[in-house]
Each structure stands twice: as C-alpha cells, then as structure tokens.
Design a protein around this ligand. Sequence first.
Ligand SMILES: Nc1nc2c(ncn2[C@@H]2O[C@H](COP(=O)(O)OP(=O)(O)OP(=O)(O)O)[C@@H](O)[C@H]2O)c(=O)[nH]1
Ligand SMILES: [Mg+2]
Length: 494
Amino acid sequence: MAPVRATIFALSSGRPPAAIAVVRISGPRAGAALEALSGRIPKPRQAALARLRDPASGETIDEALALWFPGPHSETGEDVAELQVHGGRAVIAAVLAALGRIEGLRPAEPGEFTRRAFDNGKLDLTAVEGLADLIGAETEAQRRQAYRQLKGLLGDRAESWRSRLIQALASVEARIDFSDEADVPEDLIGPALDVARSLRGEIEDAIASAGRGERLRDGLVVAIAGPPNAGKSTLLNRIARREAAIVSPVPGTTRDVIEVHLDLGGYPVTVLDTAGIRSSDDPVEQEGVRRAQQRAAEADLVLWVEDVRELLRCLGDSRGGNAAQQFIAAMQYRIDDSIASGTAMLPGTGTSNGIKGAGRSEAHHARWVIANKLDQIGQAQKSTIEREFSVSSNYFLVSASTGEGMNLVIKFLEDFAKVYFGTEPALVTRERHRRALTVATEALDRALAERAVGREDIIAEELRLAAAQLGRLTGRIDVEDVLDSIFRDFCIGK
Ligand SMILES: Nc1nc2c(ncn2[C@@H]2O[C@H](COP(=O)(O)OP(=O)(O)OP(=O)(O)O)[C@@H](O)[C@H]2O)c(=O)[nH]1
Ligand SMILES: [Mg+2]
C-alpha cells in the first residue's frame, strides 16, 4: 500500500500585501484542516464565507472565502481546500502558522501542487511545462504558445503517435510470435512499417517547429553596438521609453552590457546596450568592449549605430561608382570585423580580411545600420544620404534624441520579430521535446531500413524504442530523471 501522503499548504497568490491572498491546502487532511480553521466544510465547489480561527487559541484571524474541492475532481486530484483571505502579511502569516500546527500538515515545496497533479494523471509532462511557461509568460505570443501546450497541443499529439506505434508494434510482435501458424497473415510487417513511415513524417514536421518554439520562450536578442559616443544608449532609452542607460557626451560612458526586456508587438525582445567599440588602454573599458563584442556576436540582430556625419564623410571619400552600395558592403564587413576583433575600422582604411570565421556564423545574424544624430545635418545633406542609400533596406536615418525616424525603426523591429517567431503555433517548445522526438525518428529510420532485410525482431525493438521516447515526452514512462529539473522551474504554491 502506498504511504499516506502529507497534506501540503502554501500561499498560492503573489507577493503581499495585496487585496486578497489565496492559500491552498491539498491532501487527505485538507478537509480536516478546513474544519479546524473555520468550523465547517462548505458545499463542494461553492464559495462560502468562513470565519477563520486559530485552532489553538480560538482567536479569530480573519474573515475569508472558503472553497472545497473533494478529490479526484480537483486541481491536484486530491482533496483541495482554498482560502481567500485578506492579503496582508500578518494575516497570511497567521493563517499559515495555524495550518502548520495542524497534525499531518506541512508547507508545500516548490512545484509540489503541480507535481501531485502530474502524479495523479491530471496533467502530462508537456502540460506541466506549458503551465510553467504560462506562469512565466510576459508577452501575448508567449502566453498563447504556453496555453496551447498546457491544453495538450503537444501531449495529445505525442499520445496519439504513441498509440499508433504501439498498434504497429503489436502486429509485428504477432508476426514474430505466431510465424509458424497458418492463419497469421504474411504481410503484417509491411502495413506496420507504413505506419512508421507516416509517423516519421509527422514527427519530423513537429521538430521543424522546434526552433520557433524555443525562441519564443527565450526571446529575440537585439544588440546595439557601434563606435563610442554614436548615441547607442540614447537609442536604447528611446526604444525602451525610459532612461535605462546613462547618456553622456563623454565617449566610453557605457561599460557593462545593459539589458532591457520589452514586449514588441506581443513578442518578447531583449535589447542590449553595449560599450562603444574602440581600442583602449583602460582595462575596464577593454573588458566592456570584449563583452560588447561577445554579446553582439551572439545576438539575433545587431543595430550598428553610427554618427550620420560619419556616413557623409565616407560618401565624400568614395570615388564615383555605386557609392552607397559599396558603403553598405564595407559597413557590413566592418561590423563583422569589429564584433569579431574589437577594432572598429573605418571603411576604406581597414583591412577587411581581418578575423574571419572564429566560430561565428554570419548567415543568421542580421545587421542594420542606424545613422544617428540626423538633427545635426542640413536638409541638403539629408537628401543626399536618402538618395544614395535608398537602395538599401538595412539602414535607418534617425535622431535618437529628438525621436525623428524612430517609429520606422520600431515598426521594422516588430516586423522582424513577427517573421523571426513565425505565426504558426509551434508544437515543440523545449530542447527536451526536440531530443525525445529526434531519438524517436532515428529509431523509426532504423526500423524502416530493415524493410528490405526484414529482421522482424529488430523492427520490433526499434518501434518499441520510438514508442518509449514518446512516452518519456508526456511522462507516461521512465522520467524520474527529468522530473526534478522540470518542477524546479516552479515556485512555492504552484
Ligand atoms: N544631437 C544629437 N545628439 C545625440 C543624439 N543621440 C545621442 N546624442 C548625444 O551624443 C552623446 C553620446 O550619447 P550616448 O547615447 O551616451 O552615446 P553612446 O553611443 O552610448 O556612447 P558610449 O556609451 O560612450 O559608447 C550624448 O551627449 C547624447 O546626448 C542625437 O540624435 N542627436
Ligand atoms: Mg552608451
């Protein structure tokens, strides 16, 4: 017989003080605890007014709303009581202290309510992860993805894949077990492998969405980089709509990387402001530059900020031909070089064959040039720049301090995020999912490769392996090793 589980309790609502606080109790003694505190148990699933008393002293603690959810039709599958009390620190402390004095009750550990829901089959593992993501969701797109996962977008699919696989496996096993008997049809293997092949295709499609799903959890990273004093911090403040970074006329103001988390059009975006990239003898500034380069190299998009007068100077320097295109090409090179090596070289002056490779893949880093301090040049110069650069969509003419041109930058950032995250809901949102599905498809591949040879025992073994991976995905089988890491994401009371 399984040991009787402790009855757990915790504050499940947010940080006090607040108007209301929710205390949850789950386990076999939840009803007894409710009775000890309020004198009675309300009708199931109906809110009732309850005067809470300290069972030891009899003193009234607070007037609350009490709810009673007898198991198994409750959040955790156990008996659950919920108290909505006034959300002051002392009220909460008194209620928790009173509960702690009741025999058989103890405070819940982080994620323990959800863990019990999982153990009692109320949620599969992908739904547990969806719940963690839903609680953590900061933007609309994250919320949507997490909610779909909580509601079984991936879990249900994995379960249906697994049951189809198990059926296919059963026919292969039948073929093995009864191969001598006359009335077992010969062609059990062919149809089973057909199922395996179509499952393989479906799983492959799901894996293809993995990048998008994981990115939406992590957010898009945009790094602002460029030479000192170009207005990077001013640009960050403008995008963030607050004074997140210190702005000053002294070159080399920003040293550490400053991070701002934003919701852009419903998508999670982290914008980084970095130290101006230049050679310096100051070890602190050197370290700042090193960090700037590193973060820019890892970013999904780099906004390279230049003083617009620098652009004009470079245009003046170039001799004929397609000046703007040459400039943009040189600029892209220069950005890559500065990010990789730390020496911001001017186009035309630098050896552009500087550090290549060095572990960076250039293809997936987008770079935009932000020509800043537009307010410092005249209308004629502005027209020159606009004419020369109209060929390129990767440059923006702005004044970070007056805000001119910034709406366009923000709109493009939103569009970039939209494309980056995609509009189709992603099925696979974590590396754990991707790994399990990849191992499953590899097993299916090995099974399919046996079609020609026809070793039935190997086919059966590989189908079993694939089914087991799908079972691990939903937590149906053999997942003790991943449970702790998943529930660690939760806080107390969840
Ligand atoms: N006129 C004008 N001045 C600007 C503009 N943007 C920034 N500045 C000024 O340029 C100076 C440098 O701005 P910052 O935002 O600190 O530049 P930064 O690139 O972060 O500089 P470092 O952190 O030192 O690398 C400040 O005096 C800003 O007020 C602009 O659009 N127009
Ligand atoms: Mg700065």
